[in-house]
Design a protein. Structure first.
Ligand SMILES: *[C@@H]1O[C@H](CO)[C@@H](O)[C@H](O)[C@H]1NC(C)=O
Ligand SMILES: *[C@@H]1O[C@H](CO)[C@@H](O)[C@H](O)[C@H]1NC(C)=O
Ligand SMILES: *[C@@H]1O[C@H](CO)[C@@H](O)[C@H](O)[C@H]1NC(C)=O
Ligand SMILES: *[C@@H]1O[C@H](CO)[C@@H](O)[C@H](O)[C@H]1NC(C)=O
Ligand SMILES: *[C@@H]1O[C@H](CO)[C@@H](O)[C@H](O)[C@H]1NC(C)=O
Ligand SMILES: *[C@@H]1O[C@H](CO)[C@@H](O)[C@H](O)[C@H]1NC(C)=O
Ligand SMILES: *[C@@H]1O[C@H](CO)[C@@H](O)[C@H](O)[C@H]1NC(C)=O
Length: 687
């Protein structure tokens, strides 16, 4: 029980008034998104802040993708007065709040400008995306650079801390501190947690959180770990920390203070935040570890290298951001580039690049993708399908890295079905095989594997995947040929619909899968087979209404369906569906648009941004304009706070209003948003 202390209660009220956000306008550019990525590099390093919390950044906490709080704070002192800039939910007395004036994002940076007394600070949260540089991409760290802009000559100190919320547990935690030359490194480790296990929010319970920095701009660095209030108080009072490193305590933090002295110049200090797991993935009983461990086996070396790499990574990010921006603009204007820039970190932050833990052999590089929030499956084939347009233009090598473990597993004795597997494990990071009672999507995944293999081959010019797994690919093509035109009752990737027979969109996948196999193997009879499926589905009205104006969800059964599986027809130039089908859907979808967009089918009130984006690429004219505009309006509507949800309500529905997101969050499937851009060509981002 706590004693009520009226004096501190009064002080708390006073502090609350001081820390209320001012009404001064904040400039959000390009838009205020549902959530800003802060440190988004892996399924377990995934820190965000809701767009609507930015106005109160000083007291708003970062959140793990699932929405649980992460303690991560920044406070700056200007001429002895402490200003909380970020994440201080309970300000200590005597501190003030910085005022946010600007918030921006690019594909790799989220940046906030905060006024604190006479000085202006920027907090630049930078998660590199370097998909062709596996070392840089695999480092499980993210940068926070705090810059004080040039100004009056004042004395400036910058403080930041974090706690055990980053390791997903609230007891049995240990802290350690080490140095490498001038770099200070805190590690926070949960004890006795079983390897490969997660808490209920999806946080890794093994491995450790890392916070590191080094002195910059001629300043000096001090450190401390201990109870949050006392560590923060010593910074507030003195501008430095005691250097004492206490044992872990429940309300404790590990903190750094940079003393920049009296300066009128611009000075920047950079922190590295991370989450490392030595054994990162269990692939069929064999531990995999991060690719970077081939070069930096030790965590302190790895994070020290990450800080060394800052200027190169930063330079690359400028080029990368410009490419996303210009690709978006040249494909469909600035609304489209706003969507692409917001999508990229979420895609690459759902993927890890690994090597075998035992051999550290970079010749056996693999990639694993987590079906974040929808069920946690690992290397779900249809999640890779949703994501593939971004790989196709930007990093086609990922298709091989992701498919290889799937094909290796499904070609082994551990998997005996004649059709392609749905995923290689129910729970990331356990890639230990498809469970007996797992989801089966026979037509869906057999078509997807063929399409993804061809996307890789077309984009890279490499035939290795198709050659190595030739017999499996042939088996899937046979399966589609035999079973694809009249699919039995089964799931498609739109599994919320349940097991339906004769699903038009599945038959379309079979048609495209067959034709793609024909292109992959130079066997015209498969192309002909795909074309004859397409003729039956569209021209003979098997999968359309009687007048041939729209696709239906099932043969002869309404409602209409937002068929998107012919997207690869256009992307690969297969010419399987007639132009008439494309024209008809372009004319039809605008007529069934609801308040906030086109739903997935005519019987439901929600839509999926992935499939809206595929369809935006298959239609032209006003239908395309509408789909992109609705997607932009959804992201910019200010109603949501979850990391980009790829499913949302397009009409008011019970407790939801049109434009509200619908349960999914932070899924790496957003590569689908690049479908339109990918029509511009494969592997075009050579930088
Ligand atoms: C992965 O497998 C291990 C060992 O069976 C288990 O302890 C752990 O909970 C599993 N992880 C998940 C996320 O289910
Ligand atoms: C400030 O520094 C002085 C001298 O090192 C120390 O005695 C004092 O405890 C510090 N104040 C706080 C609040 O840590
Ligand atoms: C992973 O590699 C480290 C370093 O060689 C080793 O200590 C550890 O036992 C390995 N883990 C497994 C599961 O092989
Ligand atoms: C699938 O459609 C065909 C053609 O309309 C029909 O003959 C068959 O009965 C349908 N299958 C199922 C399971 O409904
Ligand atoms: C295509 O031709 C090959 C070689 O003649 C044959 O093995 C295969 O079964 C044919 N496939 C189809 C779908 O007709
Ligand atoms: C499809 O639409 C385009 C553009 O309006 C038109 O030029 C073309 O003739 C149409 N094709 C068919 C088959 O209707
Ligand atoms: C961009 O999206 C907004 C909705 O966020 C919409 O109002 C505007 O018309 C769109 N601009 C274009 C050129 O489509």
């Amino acid at each position: 029980m706590r004693w009520f202390n009226p004096q501190s209660a009064l002080a708390a009220v006073y502090v609350m008034i001081l820390s209320l956000p001012t009404s001064e306008a904040i400039t959000y550019s390009p838009i205020k998104p549902p959530s800003y990525p802060l440190a988004v590099r892996s399924p377990y390093l995934s820190a965000w802040i809701p767009g609507n919390s930015v106005a109160s950044l000083s007291s708003s906490r970062a959140q793990f993708w699932a929405g649980n709080d992460l303690i991560w704070s920044v406070t700056a002192r200007v001429d002895g007065v402490a200003y909380n800039l970020f994440g201080v939910k309970v300000p200590l007395s005597g501190t003030k709040s910085g005022t946010v004036t600007e918030a921006t994002y690019t594909s790799t940076h989220s940046t906030f400008t905060v006024q604190a007394g006479s000085r202006t600070f920027t907090l630049d949260f930078f998660s590199p995306i370097s998909p062709k540089n596996y070392l840089r991409q695999s480092l499980p760290f993210s940068y926070l650079t705090v810059t004080v802009a040039a100004g009056d000559s004042s004395s400036v100190q910058i403080y930041s801390d974090l706690d055990h919320s980053w390791v997903g547990q609230a007891s049995d935690v240990s802290w350690s501190y080490s140095t490498k030359t001038t770099t200070g490194v805190f590690q926070i480790q949960g004890a006795d947690a079983s390897t490969y296990s997660e808490n209920s929010n999806g946080q890794a319970l093994w491995g450790s959180a890392v916070y590191a920095t080094r002195p910059a701009g001629g300043g000096s660095l001090s450190t401390a770990s201990g109870p949050s209030a006392s560590v923060r108080q010593s910074f507030i009072s003195n501008g430095t920390l005691s250097g004492t490193h206490a044992e872990w305590t429940a309300n404790g933090v590990v903190g750094f203070a940079h003393d920049l002295g009296t300066t009128a110049k611009e000075v920047a200090v950079t922190f590295a935040v991370g989450h490392v797991r030595e054994e990162s993935i269990n692939f069929l009983g064999e531990a995999q570890t991060g690719y970077y461990r081939a070069t930096y086996a030790d965590t302190v070396d790895a994070v020290s290298h990450f800080l060394d790499d800052y200027s190169d990574a930063s330079e690359e990010s400028v080029t990368f951001d410009a490419l996303v921006q210009s690709t978006g603009i040249s494909s469909y204007g600035s609304n489209y580039s706003d969507i692409l820039a917001l999508s990229t970190r979420q895609v690459y932050g759902g993927i890890e690049i690994t090597i075998p833990n035992e051999s550290l052999d970079t010749g056996t590089t693999r990639a694993f993708i987590k079906e974040i929030s929808s069920d946690g499956n690992i290397n779900t084939v249809d999640v890779i399908f949703a994501t593939f347009p971004i790989f196709y233009i930007l990093s086609p090598g990922y298709l091989k890295l992701l498919l290889d473990p799937i094909l290796q597993y499904s070609g082994s004795d551990g998997y005996t079905k004649e059709y392609a597997v749905h995923e290689i494990g129910a729970s990331y990071p356990n890639a230990t095989g498809h469970p007996e009672d797992g989801e089966e999507m026979p037509i869906e995944e057999s078509g997807n594997i063929i399409i993804l293999t061809y996307a890789y081959q077309l984009a890279t010019g490499k035939t290795d995947l198709a050659t190595t797994y030739a017999s499996q690919l042939s088996q899937y093509a046979q399966y589609l040929y035999k079973n694809g035109l009249y699919p039995t009752a089964q799931l498609s990737l739109n599994d919320a619909l349940g097991e339906l027979a004769n699903q038009t969109n599945l038959a379309v996948k079979a048609a495209i899968g067959l034709a793609t196999y024909g292109a992959l193997t130079n066997q015209a009879n498969y192309t002909t087979a795909g074309k004859s499926f397409a003729e039956k589905i569209w021209s003979d009205h098997l999968g359309t209404d009687a007048a041939g104006t729209r696709f239906l969800i099932q043969y002869g059964i309404t409602p209409w369906f937002l068929v998107y599986n012919h997207y690869p027809d256009l992307l690969f130039g297969l010419d399987i569906f007639p132009e008439e089908a494309y024209n008809a859907t372009a004319a039809f979808y605008p007529t069934v648009r609801q308040k906030a967009g086109v739903p997935l089918d005519g019987a439901i009130g929600w839509g999926q941004t992935n499939w809206q984006s595929f369809v935006a690429a298959t239609v032209t004219g006003s239908a395309r304009e509408l789909l992109i505009k609705d997607l932009h309006a959804y992201v910019a509507n200010g109603l949501n706070s979850a990391p980009f949800s790829d499913r949302y309500w397009v009409q008011d529905s019970g407790q939801y209003v049109a434009g509200d997101s619908y349960s999914f969050r932070a899924r790496p499937t957003l590569g689908s948003h690049f479908a339109l851009a990918a029509l511009g060509g494969a592997n075009t981002w050579d930088y």
